[in-house]
Design a protein around this ligand. Sequence first.
Ligand SMILES: [Zn+2]
Length: 132
Amino acid sequence: MCKSNDLVAYENLSVRNLLRNHCLAKSISDASWYLFRQWIEYFAGKFGKLAVAVAPHYTSQKCSTCGAIVKKSLSTRTHICSCGCSLHRDENAAINILNLARQARDGQSRSNAVGLVASTLLGESLLEQATR
Ligand SMILES: [Zn+2]
């Protein structure tokens, strides 16, 4: 993932909070989400790519086409907006996450955005830890 992409974007999820939701706890633990994220940041640092964690607010609810908030429960798997946009909910969220990461990256090139620097530094510190 990090080798073949210049930018890897993901939600800055609190695993601890997600584990409090008993419906989600087992699948999140099984997927070792935290470890997965550590590896992404490690390899992004290793290959000189950007790993950007974005705020998870409204990534599922927001329409990736028009920006409207379309409320839906976890069991609603399709995002359908009045603007005509119809996508799987995860695809809609993924587009929103990528757009937020691009904004952070483009802001970085202009003004040194804090989040991006933190991600890069995190990748470097993990690299240091792994080589000790
Ligand atoms: Zn829309």
